[in-house]
Design a protein around this ligand. Structure first.
Ligand code: UDP
Length: 425
């Protein structure tokens, strides 16, 4: 049985602000994960402080999400957006601010859960300065990611070394899929302890609007064959493959085929540049009439976009988990995804959607067409997807698994402190 008294704990996500607007430049799955895990843990009685950096002078230093869950923004370099690859040398300041915060509160967090390699380093440094339990979720592994991109950043070797040290040193690594665990063992280290606890989704937010009502709300005609992409504009997301697949679809010449590419971007920033690149491919392939870019989809419309679609496509080159796939499934919309990473865990081929080789536009076109041409099968896949999410991917279930793990690690650390021989003063 779990003890009723729960501790005050810290989730650390230096680069992914849990209180940020999701769906544009570097604010995606990690931000959602930290926010949702934090709130779900608070609902189970933990007092959760989520630490991130301030990236705008107007941002509140503290955002209270729930009575037991808040985001705390620490000063870390200039109060402006700094890309992940340029943040590392500001981290000592984050650590100093974190220590000052603890000092002010007269309290040391007994357990921290760090997110992404930057925060793992923060945790490893804190661990040298105070007794604490550290858990870590990677969200992306440098060694795997750098295999899928051409412009390797200067920070790459440092990131890879820290990711290895992290796996070998922290009290527990949380892999979000068995595939991510396999990658860690194969490419990062055979040492260290890993537990697989998936990401989740809000089963009450998605799946409560019918396709017809969603279309009415969005002004999409009932006979449209609608293909949706949701996510950030980043080359690793493979949006180009999707656009090229639509150009190859057997339904291409039908007036009712529609591709919706949802996601925010900032002109001149990396996502704005990728968005422009995708738009130029759309133009080059003559798909402008059937393609729309509705921009960032916030919570007031996101569930409707998923529900309205006939198929949701996740064409990533690399995806440690991929929240979009389970959000679509929760909305009863089948998923066509790349046969990579966590998508192999969430999408069950021929049951909740289809998996195809990454970057293979012909295979994507064939898979999309199979679903678009068979509405009865589409509904069957959608229903199975919803059931799979309810069983395996609710935030409540994720938080229960984390609660068990935190409680176990805290209890073991207490036992080891008690078991230590007392030295006479
Ligand atoms: N998202 C959103 N609005 C958008 C685009 C994306 O809310 O316009 C959300 C999406 O619903 C999902 C997250 O951003 O929760 C993306 O997470 P995922 O794991 O799929 O990708 P990541 O961003 O981690 O690469």
């Amino acid at each position: 049985m779990l003890p009723t008294k729960k501790h005050r704990i810290a989730l650390i996500s230096v680069d992914g602000d849990p209180a940020a607007e999701i769906g544009q430049e570097e604010a995606g799955g990690q931000n959602v994960y930290v926010r949702q895990v934090g709130c779900a843990l608070a609902a189970q009685g933990w007092q959760v402080d989520m630490f991130t950096r301030q990236n705008h002078p107007d941002q509140a230093a503290i955002v209270q999400h729930e009575p037991l869950c808040r985001t705390i923004r620490l000063k870390t370099g200039p109060a402006e957006f700094i890309g992940r690859d340029d943040l590392f040398h500001h981290l000592p300041e984050f650590i100093a601010e974190f220590q000052a915060f603890q000092q002010e509160q007269g309290f040391h967090y007994p357990l921290i859960h760090t997110n992404y390699w930057l925060s793992s380093w923060v945790g490893l440094e804190l661990k040298k300065q105070q007794p604490l339990i550290q858990l870590h979720t990677y969200h992306s592994l440098g060694v795997v990611k750098y295999n899928t991109i051409s412009d390797i950043p200067a920070i790459a070797s440092r990131r890879i070394a820290i990711e290895k040290a992290c796996l070998e040193t922290v009290d527990r690594v949380v892999a979000t899929s068995p595939q991510e665990q396999e990658h860690m063992r194969k490419f990062v280290s055979t040492k260290g302890q890993i537990e697989v606890i998936p990401c989740g989704t809000d089963v009450d937010k998605f799946g409560f609007i019918q396709r017809s009502a969603a279309r009415q709300k969005l002004g999409i005609a009932p006979d449209v064959k609608m293909v949706v992409y949701v996510g950030r504009f980043d080359q690793r997301k493979g949006i180009e493959t999707l656009v090229r697949a639509i150009a190859k679809s057997s339904l291409r010449d039908q007036a009712n085929l529609q591709l919706v590419i949802g996601g925010g971007y900032r002109p001149g920033h990396s996502d704005g540049i990728e968005r422009d690149r995708i738009a130029s491919i759309v133009a080059e392939l003559g798909l402008e009439d059937c393609t729309t870019f509705p921009g960032r989809l916030d919570d007031t419309v996101l569930p409707s976009y998923y529900a309205a679609a006939d198929v949701c496509v996740v064409p990533s080159h690399y995806e440690p988990f991929g929240l979009v796939a389970i959000e679509a499934m929760a909305s009863r919309t089948p998923v066509v995804a790349s046969d990579v990473g966590g998508l192999r865990f969430t999408v069950v081929p021929e049951v909740t959607g289809l998996l195809v080789p990454p970057k293979d536009e012909v295979a994507f076109a064939a898979a999309i067409d199979r679903i678009l041409l068979n509405p009865a099968w589409r509904d069957q896949l959608g229903e199975a997807g919803r059931q799979r999410v309810e069983i395996a991917f609710s935030w409540h279930g994720v938080a229960s698994r984390l609660t068990q793990l935190y409680t176990h690690l805290l209890a073991s650390s207490m036992t080891s402190i008690e078991a230590k021989p007392q030295v006479a003063a």
